[in-house]
Design a protein. Structure first.
Ligand SMILES: C[S@@+](CC[C@H](N)C(=O)[O-])C[C@H]1O[C@@H](n2cnc3c(N)ncnc32)[C@H](O)[C@@H]1O
Length: 241
C-alpha cells in the first residue's frame, strides 16, 4: 500500500519493484468512505466544510474555487467538468453570495440559480456542480491521463490494464486513450503520408464497456454507473519493420 497519486504510478511502481507489472487495475473516482463523511465536504446531502480534497495533504480546496475564482473560470469548471448547462447562471449566483462556507451554502446557491421547473428528476440539482468542483479540486482528469500513460509504460508486454470509471468524462478519457494506443498511424485521415510514426501499443479487450449486472446494482446501487474497460499491452514493436 503506497499513499500516492495516479500520476506518480511510474515512480511508485519502480520504487517498489513493479517494473514489469503483470496487470494494473484503476478504480477511479471517489469512495463511499469519502462521500459519507460530511467533514470531507463532498456531499450536498450533509452540511460540511467546502473541502472536497481526496488527499487531505493537497492544498487546493473547494472553498478557494467557490470563493476566489472569477465567474468565467467557475463557469468553465462547471460546464467542462460538471457538464452543467446552467453553468453561467450558477457561477453568477455563487459569486453574488460570497462568502460561501459550507456544502449547504453551495447547494442553496445552485438551487436558487436553476428555475425549479428545470431541476433534473433523476439526480439532485446540485450533483453536477459538486462533481465539477470536485474534479477541479483533485485535477481528476489530468491525473487519469497521466496515470494511464504511466500504466502503459509500467505494464509488461502481454500485461493487462483495467479501468473502472463512474462517469462519462472518465470513461471518455479511457476510451480515447485505448483508441489511440491501439492504432498504428494516428495522423489526420486526410493526410496522404504518415508522419506520426506512431505504433500501436495496446490491444483493446473490451469492445464495449462492461456494465454491472442487475444483481450487482441491486446489491450495490452505487455501482450502477460503473464502466469497466480492459486492454492488453502488445509486444514491443520491431524497430525496423
Ligand atoms: C472508487 S474509490 C476506490 C475504492 C476502493 N477500490 C474500494 O474498493 O474501496 C477511488 C479512490 O481513488 C482515490 N483517488 C482519486 N483520485 C486519485 C489520484 N489521482 N491518485 C490516487 N488516488 C486517487 C480516491 O481518493 C478514492 O479513495
Amino acid at each position: 500500500m503506497v499513499h500516492g497519486r495516479f500520476s506518480e504510478l511510474g515512480s511508485i511502481a519502480a520504487d517498489n519493484g513493479f517494473r514489469q507489472a503483470d496487470s494494473i487495475l484503476f478504480d477511479f473516482g471517489i469512495s463511499s468512505n469519502q462521500v459519507d463523511d460530511p467533514e470531507r465536504g463532498f456531499s450536498f446531502r450533509a452540511e460540511g466544510p467546502l473541502d472536497m480534497r481526496m488527499d487531505p495533504n493537497s492544498t487546493l480546496t473547494a472553498s478557494q474555487i467557490v470563493n476566489e475564482y472569477d465567474v468565467a473560470e467557475l463557469e468553465r469548471i462547471l460546464r467542462e467538468y460538471g457538464e452543467e448547462r446552467w453553468a453561467r447562471r450558477i457561477a453568477q449566483f455563487v459569486v453574488a453570495r460570497r462568502p460561501l462556507r459550507t456544502t449547504r451554502d453551495l447547494a442553496q446557491a445552485v438551487e436558487a440559480a436553476i428555475p425549479r421547473r428545470a431541476w433534473p428528476r433523476d439526480i439532485n440539482v446540485a450533483t453536477r456542480t459538486f462533481q465539477g468542483i470536485r474534479i477541479a479540486v483533485n485535477d481528476e482528469l489530468g491525473e487519469i491521463e497521466s496515470g494511464l500513460r504511466a500504466a502503459l509504460s509500467t505494464l509488461k508486454p502481454g500485461g493487462r490494464m483495467a479501468t473502472i470509471s463512474f462517469h462519462s468524462l472518465e470513461d471518455r478519457l479511457v476510451k480515447s486513450f485505448f483508441n489511440v494506443e491501439s492504432k498504428d498511424c494516428i495522423c489526420p485521415p486526410q493526410q496522404p503520408v504518415c508522419t506520426c510514426g506512431h505504433r500501436a501499443t495496446l490491444r483493446v479487450i473490451t469492445r464495449h464497456p462492461v456494465r454491472p449486472s442487475e444483481a450487482e446494482v441491486a446489491a450495490n446501487p452505487r455501482a450502477r454507473s460503473a464502466r469497466l474497460r480492459v486492454a492488453e499491452k502488445l509486444p514491443t514493436p520491431d524497430p525496423s519493420p
